[in-house]
Design a protein around this ligand. Structure first.
Ligand code: CMC
Length: 430
């Protein structure tokens, strides 16, 4: 515990709290106000939790002012260039990079948990053909709890670990099945001979009629995007996972809640919204008009893929994805006018006073959709792709929380409704 304190005094009431200042291993100092109500009788008000640390965590570090992101201390740029998604999953889950043996055991475990109970495919078939795949993902993930009720003792570290691996392994299988349901293709079963990303592409695009050959460029591009999406400390969906986790709910319910939170356009739904926005803008000649719309307070339009609660600098993930976008499109021999449009939009926005003053930069979602599109992944699946990568972060954070369970998450409110009044019989109401 820190020796430094911040004095919070209510002079009128003659009460003082010496609130300890907590310093993590990095990052801004944080005032511990846990005793505030007991000592001074006040709550704190922080809608949107802009200045509230909800937990302490060893997993991911972000410095928003400098545009820094690290998983377990490793810079995202190094992991993006030199690691792979399964290794990053191991790192996030267990805190260290694996040895060669640890890696192959972990990869094998993930591979052998990719199949889902066949009854789950019946559930998927129960959805309308045009159901949004995120609705299917949330529903099916939550229903996994119905298949493993004997292996969900959250007080047992082995069962927690098993659930974590199952979630990481099965998410691509469920995602691809949701897509195939939409296009009317038969469900495809996972192939153990392929690696995580190759297997996902095979699950998505192979058909019984002819052999499917995975393009290694596509598999590597997907791997990169999953690495970049894997964790991002206490964002809305991860905080949702932790809040649900604080109740002692099972891991499938927690991750399903995370998927639902991710779906919103202010969060993971932004990658789908970016592609729709670029298509709506249509041509570089229209960029100015849309920039003006984004700046107009009376217009609900926002530049999707721009701005971030924490980054007040270029999102380091966006920097990596923008470069990858050019490389992947070139390697796949794809030309997409949407990339030119996105670059023009970015250039104009970054020179515009409105965006400069508010420190609004492209975020992870701005360019990712252009890569997904080049890989043949339909727009409605973009947020699902985010969910596959982020599952690793959700389960890592859930494991960390479950190893040291704290109190149930229970925020308070500033009540602004009616004060006490008496009930009136229906014939006496004015
Ligand atoms: N276009 C136009 N104006 C914007 C935008 C935008 N994309 N983002 C923020 N602003 C303005 C906002 O209107 C406000 O202006 P003012 O101070 O005049 O009222 C100012 O910038 C600060 O914005 P805020 O809404 O207070 O910021 P926030 O931290 O609450 O919201 C955000 C962050 C990401 C929700 C928001 O920037 C946004 O809606 N961006 C578009 C959606 C998006 O790309 N989301 C993906 C986020 S990154 C990946 C992820 O988390 O999943």
């Amino acid at each position: 515990m820190s020796e430094r304190t911040i004095r919070i005094s209510d002079e009128a009431a003659g009460k003082v709290l010496e609130a300890p200042v907590i310093s993590g291993s990095e990052g801004d100092p944080t005032i511990d106000i846990a005793k505030l109500y007991k000592e001074l009788g006040y709550f704190t008000y922080d809608p949107g939790y802009s200045v509230t640390a909800s937990c302490s965590s060893d997993i991911t570090f972000i410095d928003g002012a400098q545009g820094i992101l690290r998983y377990r201390g490793y810079p995202i740029e190094q992991l993006a260039e030199r690691s792979n998604f399964v290794e990053v999953a191991y790192l996030l889950l267990y805190g260290e990079l694996p040895s060669a043996t640890e890696f192959s055991e972990f990869e094998r475990d993930i591979t052998y948990h990719t199949m889902v109970h066949d009854q789950l495919n019946t559930f998927i078939k129960g959805f309308r053909y045009d159901a949004h795949p995120m609705a299917i993902m949330a529903g099916i993930t939550s229903s996994l709890a119905g298949f493993y009720h004997d292996q969900m003792d959250i007080d047992d570290p082995e069962q927690r670990n098993l659930a974590a691996k199952r979630l990481i392994a099965k998410m691509p299988t469920i995602a691809a099945a949701a897509y195939r349901h939409h296009v009317g293709w038969p469900i495809c079963y996972p192939r153990n001979s392929l690696n995580y990303c190759e297997r996902f592409l095979d699950l998505m695009f192979s058909v019984p009629a002819e052999p499917y050959k995975v393009n290694p460029v596509a598999a590597r591009a997907l791997d990169l995007l999953f690495i970049l999406h894997a964790d991002h400390e206490q964002n809305a969906s991860t905080s949702t996972v932790r809040l649900v986790g604080s109740t002692g709910a099972n891991p499938y319910a927690c991750v399903s809640a995370g998927i639902s939170a991710l779906w919103g356009p202010a969060h993971g739904g932004a990658n789908e919204a970016v592609l729709r926005m670029l298509n709506e803008i249509g041509d570089v000649s229209q960029v100015g008009k849309y920039i003006d719309k984004a700046k107009d307070r009376d217009d609900p339009f926002r530049l999707m893929g721009f701005g971030h609660r924490v980054y007040k600098n270029y999102d380091p993930r966006a920097e990596i994805i923008r470069k990858a976008c050019h490389d992947v499109l070139a390697d796949l021999g794809v030309t997409d006018p949407l990339l030119d449009l996105a670059m023009k939009l970015e250039k104009i926005a970054l020179e515009d006073d409105y965006f400069v003053q508010r420190k609004l930069y492209p975020n992870v979602d701005f360019y990712s959709g252009i890569i997904y599109k080049a890989l043949g992944i339909p727009t409605s699946m973009f947020t699902v792709m985010f969910a596959i990568g982020r599952t690793v972060g959700w389960v890592s954070q859930w494991l960390e929380q479950s190893a040291n369970p704290g109190r149930i998450g229970r925020p308070r409110q500033v009540y602004t409704g009616k004060q006490q009044r008496d009930y009136q019989a229906i014939d006496q109401r004015g």
